[in-house]
Design a protein around this ligand. Structure first.
Ligand code: DAH
Length: 338
């Protein structure tokens, strides 16, 4: 019996040593110390042994039980420590790795240019006004002295929403909306989207304009000229030449287009300025008395000037972008350059 106990103890210890995970170790425990385990059987069978043997065998069996139990505990602790170490190795954080940079958003180049333009006029005391993109023919055309049948309407390639309602073809209707709201003096700039049925390298069906309007007593063309020269010099630099070229717009009289010396070749002539040395950037003029009549302004008392510029074109000149469509394709490789 004592031999048997000894061999049970020894194989148990071997098996404990060999168990290399918690599950196998638990199976070993059950096999020896569980309710039907080898040692438990022996302890239960003690009643059948003679009283003289019972004491020694009992003692030996209990001792073996303790040895096995503590070997299991030790093995268990060792396995846990090992598992912990493995986990620590696997989940180790390498603090020397470079961090993952979050992608930072930025303003669209057109928004940047819009902000720059409006801030120059803000510095001159102009306030920002807005109007709807979906506009009535009255505000887009008629009140700006472009009556039905007027040839200027054909130049606008208008998107019609329904009869009498259009996508505004320019920001000029904001002039009328502002004048209906407030009495002179008026000094506003109106940035916003405009729409025309047109698409090539320099035209997009949706594009941006900034409108300007100043109305007061004694407003002169000289004032218009000074304001726009100031704008050009602020925006494109002091050395930029400015040229006013007579033109026709129904809502201004007299009217002009403004050219600046080519920002690419400095006026020498290049592909961008089509070898003329000049780039057209805006239209302007003195507000037509007929427009004041629609606004119910006293055109004997007040005069005013207005101007409208293409923001996309200015953004393209500023950043040497060769197709307007780059601005609206939302290609991050392009946009992230700004
Ligand atoms: N509305 C014109 C256009 O889109 C631009 C323009 C010209 C606006 C002269 C003005 C102006 O206010 O006075 O072509």
């Amino acid at each position: 019996m004592l031999d048997k106990l000894e061999s049970i103890r020894d194989t148990a210890l071997e098996e404990i040593e060999a168990a290399d995970d918690a599950h196998t170790l638990e199976q070993v425990r059950v096999r020896y110390l569980g309710r039907k385990g080898a040692l438990t059987q022996i302890l239960r069978g003690l009643s059948e042994v003679s009283p003289e043997e019972r004491k020694t065998i009992g003692q030996q069996a209990n001792q073996a039980k303790e040895i096995i139990a503590s070997a299991i505990e030790a093995r268990k602790a060792a396995l846990e420590a090992q598992a912990m170490e493995e986990r620590a190795l696997k989940d180790r954080v390498d603090l020397t790795l470079p961090g993952r940079k979050p992608r930072v958003g930025r303003k669209h180049p057109v928004s940047q240019v819009l902000d720059e333009i409006t801030s120059i006029f803000d510095g001159l005391g102009f306030q920002v006004a807005t109007g709807p993109d979906i506009e009535t023919e009255y505000y887009n055309f008629e009140s700006l002295n472009i009556p039905e049948g007027h040839p200027a309407r054909d130049l606008h390639d208008t998107f019609f929403v329904r009869p009498g309602v259009v996508l505004r073809t320019h920001t000029s209707p904001v002039q009328m909306r502002v004048m209906e709201q407030i009495e002179p003096p008026v000094a506003v700039v109106a940035p916003g989207r405009t729409y025309r049925v047109d698409s090539d390298a320099s035209h997009s069906p949706m594009f941006f304009q900034v409108e300007g309007l100043l109305v007061d007593e004694d407003v002169t063309f000289a004032g218009l000229k000074g304001t726009l020269m100031h704008f050009v010099h602020e925006y494109f630099g002091k050395d930029t030449a400015v040229r006013f070229r007579p033109h026709y717009f129904p809502f201004t009289e007299p009217s002009a287009e403004v050219d600046i010396s080519c920002t690419v070749c400095g006026g020498q002539g290049c592909r961008i300025c089509k070898h003329s040395g000049w780039l057209e950037i805006l239209g302007c003029g003195m507000v037509h008395p007929e427009v004041f009549r629609f606004a119910e302004y006293d055109y004997e008392r007040y005069t005013g000037y207005a101007f409208g510029m293409g923001v996309d074109r200015i953004a393209m000149l500023r950043h040497s972008i060769d197709s307007i469509h780059h601005l609206y394709e939302n290609d991050l490789r392009f946009l992230e350059q700004f």
